[in-house]
Design a protein around this ligand. Structure first.
Ligand code: FUB
Ligand code: ZN
Length: 643
């Protein structure tokens, strides 16, 4: 039996590291994104998201504006609201959300269909362009939002709307004669359907998700066939000469063993595969998930947990192709990776999945949002020279500053729902084995009610600044529970104590397993000081370079501390890195590292010369990558040449 995340309503986060981000969800991020979607933020890309719904609902006259999947922005916003209301009830916010839900319900068609693009564009035939139309992708995000909203408020209206839509999808698509034999051009509906099934118990939703996964890449490619139908109208010019790899429809999913194509599509699909592998006890599907996971995390992932290295088509490329200054590493792709990793950890009980989840949460995902919660990165480079991020060049997708919004705005509300649901990553419970998994070290309280047990959990820590965690457990019944504490892959000298005595533990799949028979307090310690990390030499971009890492945090050098031209810097790795507590970024630890700089003034040549410039000793300051670009525009790099 898999383990499951604890109920978000019962988790309170009060953490030195995370609270300053998580608390912003309610106070800033949700209100800010609401204003954007109502086109109330000056100088931000326009959204028109709410207005599209008003037009589709017949409340207003007007034209559709935005991407075909513009509806997903409000869907993810509603999901974030649902998560936030779970642990932070707010009547006014709930009223606003109810109004949005009323609007969505009004825009829903008689037969259950919801999509403002296809509703407003009456000349476009629904389901006629599955490859590009995003109707199923949009449906999936709305389903996820409806589940989250029901779980926190108990209100059924949105859920009922989405069940009607799901019913329409079930009766429209399938292998049976007379049904549409297609599958989504952008995976996501599978995740939504599985969540609907898990909430309602309606088996047809699960079977429908399975159909979409099984049909993908089997037999004649649906999208190529679709493109050849008479009167077919393309939506995206870049889809000409369509390669089925782009949407992972080049092979049946069970035969795929390398991560190909568009990264967000891929990881959302892998999430559904992991869920289905569990629900149908499908070992072959689970093996495919493992192979795909290993290919990503051992060959195609940045040290920051970013994935999808190509700026063209937002896609995976080939093993070890991890350029630093024109990569993509879309925030949504890392969010999908975290969701995939959590599912794999819960199905297999293996901590190594959470090592990656933690890596991407603390680095690539967190870098996606400014410390004030009002601007965002979509693309997450590991090296930036702002002057070179020019339009119509290979770096035109790289923005050297976070943006207020985007024309394609998938990432900002995705970050909102991720921060709002951070609690899902912290603990899991395995009912069969009575195991409490501690995945992330985040201070706060949690409660879990199961059978005759009401488990109370209190975690206190200043992680990642300090590597000491105090966990108190109470409400333990006679049978006891097994505490499964993750031993991070970077942790050394991991130990557990209680009442001043060492607690023996059994290591099981990367977790320290402790039998707990009564209420008690446990102290967890490990060493995870700052260290230099090198990449596999196959990663051409990083050969001869080092990154500086402390615990789960990847550090970077910024121009604000180190001057311009990071390529002129070298790090001396034969030294102990000095840590410096700082008030910067709401409290953090900075790293001071000795190195050398090529002295520009000593350069006597023009563009090229046989002369060798001088190098002088410097002390460099590194800051957490997640916080880069919170002090104005400037150069930044993660990888630095090693002396
Ligand atoms: O296609 C929908 C979303 O827009 C994708 O997930 C992102 O990569 C962006 O292209
Ligand atoms: Zn995105």
């Amino acid at each position: 039996m898999r383990s499951e995340s604890l109920d978000l309503r019962k988790i309170k986060i009060k953490d030195t590291f995370w609270s300053k981000h998580v608390d912003l969800v309610k106070s800033v991020i949700i209100p800010y994104q609401w204003d954007v979607m109502n086109d109330q933020i000056a100088d931000a890309e326009s959204s028109h998201c709410l207005e599209n719904f008003q037009i589709a609902a017949g409340q207003k006259e007007g034209e559709f504006y935005g991407a075909v999947f513009q509806d997903t922005d409000i869907a993810k916003w509603l999901e974030a609201v649902g998560f936030s209301l779970a642990y932070c009830p707010d009547k006014e916010l709930e009223r606003t959300a109810d109004e949005v839900i009323d609007l969505i319900a009004q825009a829903q068609q008689e037969d259950g269909y919801i999509n403002t693009y296809f509703t407003i564009h009456t000349d476009e035939k629904r389901w006629s362009n599955l490859c590009e139309g995003h109707e199923l992708y949009t449906a999936g995000h709305l389903m996820e939002a409806a589940v989250a909203y029901y779980q926190s408020t108990g209100k059924r209206k949105f859920l009922d709307c989405m069940c009607r839509f799901a019913d329409l999808i079930c009766s429209t698509f399938g292998a049976e004669k007379g049904k549409n034999h297609g599958y989504p051009g952008h995976q996501e509906v599978e995740i939504g359907l599985i969540k609907l099934y898990r909430l309602t118990g309606e088996r047809r939703y699960l079977d429908q998700a399975k159909y979409f996964i099984d049909a993908r890449g089997a037999g004649e490619n649906y999208f190529l066939k679709e493109m050849n139908t008479p009167d077919h109208r393309m939506i995206f010019p870049e889809f000409h000469n369509y390669d089925p790899c782009y949407s992972q429809s080049h092979l049946p999913v069970r035969k795929q063993d390398t991560a190909e194509g568009h990264a967000v599509r891929a990881v959302y699909m892998y999430c559904a595969m992991a869920d289905l592998a569990y629900e149908y006890q499908d070992q072959e599907l689970l093996e495919a998930c493992k192979k795909l996971w290993n290919n990503i995390t051992q060959r195609r992932m940045y040290i920051t947990g970013g994935i999808g290295s190509s700026g063209i088509l937002e896609r995976f490329t080939t093993d070890y192709d991890l350029p630093n200054e024109y990569n993509y590493s879309e925030t949504c792709a890392s969010i999908g990776l975290a969701l995939f990793g959590l599912r794999m950890a819960q199905v297999t009980g293996e901590a190594s999945y959470i090592d990656v989840v933690e890596r991407t949460l603390y680095n690539n995902i967190l870098a996606g949002i400014a410390l004030d919660g009002r601007s965002f990165f979509y693309v997450n480079p590991l090296e930036v020279w702002p002057d070179a991020c020019m339009e119509r060049t290979s770096k035109e997708h790289v923005k050297p500053v976070r943006q207020k919004w985007f024309g394609v705005a998938c990432c900002p509300p995705n970050i909102a729902r991720t921060l709002a649901s951070l609690g899902q990553y912290i603990y899991s419970w395995n009912r069969e084995h009575r195991e409490l998994y501690v995945n992330l070290f985040v201070s706060g309280t949690a409660e879990h009610q199961t059978g005759n047990l009401t488990l109370q959990i209190n975690m206190e820590t200043k992680f990642p600044w300090e590597n000491q965690i105090t966990m108190s457990l109470s409400g333990i019944s006679e049978e006891g529970i097994r505490l499964m504490i993750r031993i991070p892959d970077y942790a050394e000298n991991f130990r557990i104590c209680s009442n001043g005595k060492k607690v023996p533990y059994r290591e099981n799949k990367g977790y320290a397993a402790v039998e707990v028979k009564k209420a008690g307090t446990y102290e967890i310690f490990f060493d995870a000081g700052a260290r230099f990390v090198r990449a596999n030499p196959q990663v051409r971009a990083d050969v001869g370079k080092v990154a500086v890492v402390r615990g789960p945090l990847v550090y970077c050098l910024e121009e604000a501390d180190n001057g311009e031209n990071m390529s002129a810097l070298y790090i001396d790795t034969k030294q102990e890195i000095t840590e410096k507590a700082s008030d910067l970024f709401g409290g953090s630890i900075l790293l001071c590292i000795k190195g050398e700089r090529v002295v520009q003034d000593s350069w006597t040549g023009g563009l090229y010369s046989t002369a060798k410039p001088e190098q002088k000793p410097v002390t460099l300051t590194a800051v957490p990558y997640a916080y880069w670009n919170n002090r104005g525009v400037g150069e930044m790099t993660v990888w630095v040449k090693e002396m």
